[in-house]
Design a protein around this ligand. Structure first.
Ligand SMILES: Nc1ncnc2c1ncn2[C@@H]1O[C@H](COP(=O)(O)OP(=O)(O)OP(=O)(O)O)[C@@H](O)[C@H]1O
Length: 230
């Protein structure tokens, strides 16, 4: 579904991603891990066409998108749940959801989103800015689903949530996986990432330093690549 090959990404003179290759097979969840500042968000933003200078190849369902604009990438079926939720605080829950709606036969619509998130149905007339962090994360996921993506990119969906809400969000992502949605998940919550993902990549300074099935991702690998002192 997603094939990134020898990707380089730059912000001005800063060379952030180096020769990065990764693949997410259809129907699987892939976790992208790494300490702060290692290039996870830059990878996600490169896929979405949000990084000014990118070189290499990014293919979605075989189609090259490295030079495409963000709106074209979205139309190709790539959805983003951005870091920090990025919902519209002055629009209602319903309006937030409708801003991104792109219909697809048999796909997501407002009724299905409310079925998946009963809490959003209850709060559909509330302003986005009045929601709790967990509700905002649900809204952010709901908004991305409303574009009817075939590939969903999630950038730290558990960030800043209570343990109870982390569990809820984790359950939702697992439900989406069971329904066959292909996902690339950036996470700092390693337990959650390991539980959900089929395959794991670890980034260090913009390079892939580990990849393997998630059962291979053990304490030793964690210490080697993700411990703060390493
Ligand atoms: N808009 C930008 N302009 C310049 N440099 C940037 C920009 N965004 C990120 N960077 C730099 O790129 C590097 C990678 O950042 P990135 O946000 O991709 O890391 P990350 O792994 O997602 O970290 P975090 O877990 O903190 O979100 C960092 O050194 C960061 O300072």
């Amino acid at each position: 579904m997603l094939q990134i090959n020898k990707l380089h990404a730059y912000y001005g003179e800063s060379h952030i991603l180096h020769h990065l290759s990764l693949e997410v097979e259809e129907g699987t969840v892939c976790a992208l891990l790494g300490r702060n500042g290692m290039g996870k968000t830059t990878t996600i933003h490169s896929i979405m066409g949000m990084v000014p200078r990118r070189e290499g190849s990014i293919r979605v369902d075989g189609k090259e998108i490295i030079s495409a604009k963000s709106y074209q990438i979205s139309k190709e079926g790539v959805g983003l749940v951005p870091q920090g939720r990025r919902i519209f605080p002055d629009l209602t829950v319903y309006e937030n959801l409708m801003t991104t709606y792109r219909s697809a036969e048999g796909g997501w619509n407002i009724e299905k989103i409310f079925h998946l998130f009963p809490r959003l149905r209850e709060r559909q007339h509330s302003m986005g800015g009045n929601l709790s962090g967990g509700e905002q994360q649900m809204l952010s996921i709901g908004r991305a689903l409303m574009t009817n993506p075939k590939l969903l990119l999630l950038d730290e969906p558990s960030e800043g949530l209570s343990p109870l809400m982390v569990n809820e969000v984790s359950t939702i992502i697992k439900q989406l996986k069971q329904a066959g949605l292909t996902m690339l998940l950036v996470e700092q919550n390693l337990a959650m990432a390991k539980e959900i993902a089929d395959y794991v990549y670890i980034l260090n300074k913009g390079q892939v330093v580990f990849e393997g099935a998630s059962d291979l991702f053990d304490e030793d690998i964690q210490k080697r690549h993700l411990a703060l002192s390493s």
